[in-house]
Structure formats: C-alpha cells, structure tokens
Design a protein around this ligand. Structure first.
Ligand code: PHE
Length: 383
C-alpha cells in the first residue's frame, strides 16, 4: 500500500512537472519550437475595422511564413490582444504581452495615439515594436526599439496639400481636426504648412473630439468661410458623420482626408455623402503589380473580402518581422532589433520597405477617390 501510494504521488509529481514544463515552453520562445509574437489592436470599438483588418493581414503573413518552413524551423505564433480602441488598454495589453506572454516582438498599433501610449512600455523592456501603420512622427521617436513600416505624416500632409492645390485647384481650404488624436493634429499641421507654402489659404480651422456625433456648428462656420475643399484628417466613423452633415447643410466643397478614412464602414456610415471624397493611402487593391494582385487573391480566398490598406500594412509588418527573425543571429531582443533596423529593399505589398535611421519607412503614397465601397485609384505620389 505504501509503495502504491509513493508510486501514485510520484506519478502525480511527474504530471505536475510535465504541466509546468508544457506551460513554460508555451509562454517562452527560446526553449520551444515556437516563436511568440504579440499583437495589440482595436478589434472592437469605433475603429474596429482597423484592428480587424490588420489582424487578418498579420494572420495571412504568418500562415505563409509558417507553411514555408517558419523561422529556421520554428513556427511563429501570434498572441493578439484587443485594446478596444483605447490608449489605457494598449498600455496594459503590451505590458501583458511582454511580461506574461514573453513575446519576442510586438506588432501594433494602427492609431498613432495608441502606438504612442504603448511604445514607452516596449522601449522600457527593450522588446522591438513594429507599428504597421501609425504615421505620426513622434511614434518612432520614443526610442530605438520602435519601428514602423509606413510613411509618416509630414509626407502624407504634403501629398494631400499638393493634391488640393494642383489637382483640385482649391484656393481656399477649411480644416476640421480631431484634437483628441495625435494623428489628426499632426496631419492637419503638416497639410497646412505645405498648402500655405504653395499659396493656398486656410479659411477656417475647426476642431472636434473623437466620439463626437454632432458637427453642425463647425460645419456652419466652414460654410460661411466658403471653402473650396475641406480637409478632414480623422478616422472613418467621425468622417462618415461629418460628410453626411456637411451635405445636409448644403456644403458642396470637395472633401479630403488621409489614411484614417480607409474602412469599408466609411461608406456605410457616410452613404452618398462620402462619394467623390479623396484620401491618401498606403496602397490600392486596384494595383496591377504582381505582388499586389497575388496578395489580394490570397486574402480574398482566405477571408472572402478585399484587403484594405490596413490589411496590406499588417501583412507587410509581419513579413518584415519574419525576415528579421530569420536573419537575427539569435532571438535576443537586441539581435531582433538590429535585424529589423537593417531591413533594406524588402518588397512588400505596400511598396519597397527600407527602414531608415529614424526607424521609419520611406515609401510612395496613393490618392484614391471614394466610390461607394470601392476606393478608386487616382494617382501615386513618390517621396
Ligand atoms: N495613420 C493613422 C494613424 O497614425 C492610422 C491609419 C493607418 C488609419 C492606415 C487607417 C489606415 O493614426
């Protein structure tokens, strides 16, 4: 009996040890055959399509990397946390990914304010973070562990300022800025700088806060100022409502914006009112480039929908990280960081990606025109 008891307890102890071991290999990368990568994004909330589409792009890229043999034999596993589109939740998500899940790198976020909230955590723990699509310059200024694979807003602002001046021939522009968003404030400023340098006049500067639903006051001021075009560097939920209310009060001016307009929900919210609006973006699914055609096909097959710019950026961010993981001599944060920093001429779906000394990518932008749920390609602008 005593022996049996000892034997049972031994088995029990063994079982415990094995569980502990499994747990351990499950959450740390080095000792397992998996490499854990963290992702944080707005899977819910008023920018949910940003997080969801980025997530799909990342999933497709990781699936491709893994089925082609993974990273030197190890499979990448992505742990995704929803921040509900909130900055505070971004801080806790990234803290958890790094301290509990022990991820080797973090992918995220889309919205600059949320990348800015989380970047100091990644920097503090020295875990490389790659934002797929945050364009505000301050994001990568947080520190040497913070990267992005997209262009930045001084460029995006110039693209739309030139477009307003040269293509739309707008002489008077009004700007409607979301003061709660680092992205919106920055892009408004960069647009204004170039547009006024080109000789255009800003006739009205109005503001709102993310989450607002009534923009009639600001729009009435803009109407009085007789703007030829209105620049709205916001996110799709508010932009859709703004466009609707602008048309309701009889504003006929051209509506323009930046990448924050990119969502299948824009036309759902804005209806007819957003049609004919122009915005700058990272990619167009209408491109005939073989890499884009191939990507759109694979994405449609897997998810049954056309990938937007967010999906393309998520895909590219994950591929850039995958390449860096393959090239890094080991999986230490320093080695991964250095490998990401050395990214050069990587052919992504959104263009050739070279990470510069400021840890940003320098790439062309496209301008598209809203036509229902389709964003028609208008022009490409090189840096
Ligand atoms: N560039 C935006 C930001 O920095 C995010 C965004 C990217 C939104 C691409 C839509 C498409 O906040």
């Amino acid at each position: 009996m005593k022996n049996l008891f000892t034997f049972t307890s031994l088995l029990f102890a063994l079982a415990l040890a094995t569980t502990a071991c499994t747990k351990k290999t499950d959450t740390t990368s080095q000792s397992s055959d998996e490499i854990l990568v963290g992702e944080f994004g707005s899977l819910t909330g008023s920018e949910a399509t940003f997080g969801q589409m980025t997530n799909k792009g990342i999933a497709l890229a990781v699936e491709e990397i893994n089925s082609a043999g993974g990273v030197n034999g190890k499979k990448i596993r992505v742990i995704t946390l929803d921040n509900q589109g909130k900055s505070e939740e971004s801080v806790s998500a990234v803290t958890k990914l790094i301290t509990q899940n022990k991820v080797v790198a973090v992918l995220g976020e889309v919205a600059s304010s949320r990348s800015l909230a989380a970047a100091p955590i990644a920097q503090q723990y020295k875990v490389p973070m790659i934002s797929p699509s945050s364009t505000n310059p301050k994001v990568t200024e947080v520190g040497d562990y913070i990267f992005r694979v997209c262009f930045i807003d001084p460029f995006q602002g110039t693209v739309m300022a030139k477009f307003a001046h040269e293509n739309l021939k707008a002489k008077k522009v009004a700007i409607l800025t979301d003061v709660k968003s680092d992205y919106s404030v920055g892009l408004a400023k960069f647009f204004k700088e170039t547009y006024t340098k080109l000789g255009g006049t800003i006739v009205s500067e109005q503001s709102y806060s993310s989450g607002d639903i009534d923009f009639k006051g600001q729009l009435t001021n803009i109407k009085t100022a007789k703007a030829d075009a209105i620049f709205i560097p916001g996110y799709y939920t508010e932009v859709g409502l703004i466009a609707r209310q602008a048309r309701q009060i009889g504003i006929k001016a051209d509506l323009m914006g930046g990448d924050g307009w990119d969502s299948s929900k824009l036309s759902e919210i804005g209806g007819e009112a957003v049609n004919g609006g122009y915005f700058s973006n990272h990619y167009t699914s209408e491109s005939k480039e073989p890499v884009v055609v191939g990507f759109v096909e694979k994405f449609k097959k897997k998810f049954g929908e056309t990938p937007d710019g967010l999906a393309a950026m998520g895909y590219d961010a994950a591929l850039v990280l995958g390449e860096a993981l393959k090239k890094a001599p080991d999986l230490s944060p320093q080695a991964i960081r250095d490998a990401v920093a050395q990214t050069k001429d990587f052919q992504g779906v959104t263009g050739k990606i070279t990470i510069n000394g400021e840890r940003n990518a320098v790439k062309p932008a496209v301008v598209v025109k809203v036509d229902g749920t389709v964003n028609r390609f208008v022009t490409t602008v090189n840096p």
